[in-house]
Design a protein around this ligand. Sequence first.
Ligand code: MN
Length: 236
Amino acid sequence: MNRRQALKVLGGAAAFAGSSTVLGRAAFAQTPAFSLPPLGYAYEALEPHIDTATMNFHHRNHHAAFIGNLNTLAARNPDIAARPPEEVVSNLQAVPEGIRTAVRNNMGGHWNHTFFWDLMTPGGPRTPVGDLKDAIDGAFGGFDQMKAALKQAAVGRFGSGWAWLAVKDKRLTVFNTPGQDTPHMDPNGARPVIGIDVWEHAYYLRHQYRRGDYVDAWWNVVNWTKAADSFRRAVA
Ligand code: MN
């Protein structure tokens, strides 16, 4: 190879390196795999039961952190963005072991919070409706008894987690989960109907250590139309 040919090869390599940098920037500028779902209502809409500051931090900081972490994970593991979050959390064994805990925490957090925002509303019926009402009466003896059982599950969760009303083994039942685990992670694959976030960030600004007071207030914002839809799908 003479000098002129060598320069030509180098030039080609430089041009290729340049174009791959451009491609890299283009890929980086693409829409991220995960994005923060919008609330269906204003941050102040659930006052006085759930305060504006809590809704703001909870949605724009806590949930957004899960989204940021998922996008970082998806940049190296695009498979986690190829299926709906519900499928991913339902089958964590399919996630590579090296990222499984991170996916469990962050996809779980993303799924739980997306479910939670939709489960709250400033309007609508204030008590269970339709088939869900009948199922609650049948399983617990009444709405008040179900509320008491869920409150016990919420207050009884040591540290951070969630309390759930879910369909498990074809029966309505109440239980809690640690961290950001979702009901789908239950070995028997529970299907959630309602769920309440009992991490301190969900209530501390308004209620401080009084988790039970937060649970009592939360009943005023439950979206029973959404809960009835989830129940219908859970038993279908
Ligand atoms: Mn939360």
